[in-house]
Design a protein around this ligand. Structure first.
Ligand code: GLP
Length: 240
């Protein structure tokens, strides 16, 4: 596990964005695993800027997002589909049909989860970007006695809904369920980039990266992966 701690969030964003650009430069048809939440926003901003400056095209790139809320339409500003278009896809030359997110509005969520897994089996992710929840969740894989390997529907913990309520006008509006890629699919990525910011996550960073490997802290399973790059700001890394 390679851990980088940055004094400055802009430096972190540049490092992460350049890593993605280098991946696409080396492999123009790279498969990128993408994440949402507040953590990656600066990285996507930098990725747009650097890709223009360095003339990097995304026309042959495929993307898979980790998760999506159940029940929100793609046009809903709180949906992760909207987030991805807003923060990244509409600013780069990636064809829409190459971008994939779980479909939280499917009439048959189970069938859709299986279809997502089939796509992930056919196209291995070269680098998966990950944020970290306060309880150690990755994607929306919440702590539990057992974790699912593949894409599945999850009931969100109250604490997770509360943490994400800042993006909605009230807690009541935060969906109670989401569809998430499973930990098995996340761990199949060739490389994983975990990004964490803020003092409120320092304790969970330490637990995830140095504590016991347990499904009660899903991010701790990253310790079993051979190629994990961890990017922390000074606050998130202060217990490391
Ligand atoms: C959400 C997302 C996760 C994300 C986490 C942390 O629950 N499903 O993928 O990593 O929140 O979000 P933030 O970066 O906003 O702290």
């Amino acid at each position: 596990m390679e851990i980088h701690i940055f004094d400055d969030n802009a430096q972190l964003d540049t490092f992460a964005a350049q890593y993605f650009i280098d991946t696409v430069t080396r492999k123009p048809d790279a498969v990128l695993g993408l994440a949402t939440g507040s953590t990656p926003i600066g990285i996507y901003g930098k990725l747009i800027k650097l890709s223009k400056e360095q003339n990097v095209s995304f026309r042959d790139v495929t993307t898979f997002n980790l998760d999506e809320y159940v029940g929100l339409t793609k046009d809903d500003e709180q949906s992760y589909a909207y987030y991805m278009n807003h923060h990244l896809f509409s600013h780069i030359d990636i064809p829409q049909q190459m971008t994939h997110l779980p479909n939280g509005r499917s009439a048959d969520l189970e069938a859709d989860c299986k279809a997502y897994d089939r796509m992930l089996e056919e196209q291995r992710i070269d680098v998966q970007l990950l944020g970290l929840g306060h309880n150690g969740h990755i994607g929306f894989n919440e702590p539990a006695p057992e974790l699912s390997g593949g894409t599945h529907v999850v009931n969100l913990e109250e604490a997770t809904r509360e943490a994400n309520a800042r993006f909605f006008s009230s807690l009541d509006e935060v969906p109670k369920q989401a569809v998430t890629m499973g930990v098995g699919s996340i761990l199949k990525a060739r490389a994983i980039m975990l990004v964490v910011r803020g003092a409120d996550k320092a304790a969970i960073v330490k637990r995830a990266l140095t504590g016991p490997i347990t499904t009660e802290c899903p991010a701790s399973l990253l310790q079993t992966h051979p190629r994990v790059i961890v990017l922390l700001d000074r606050e998130a890394g202060r217990m490391m």
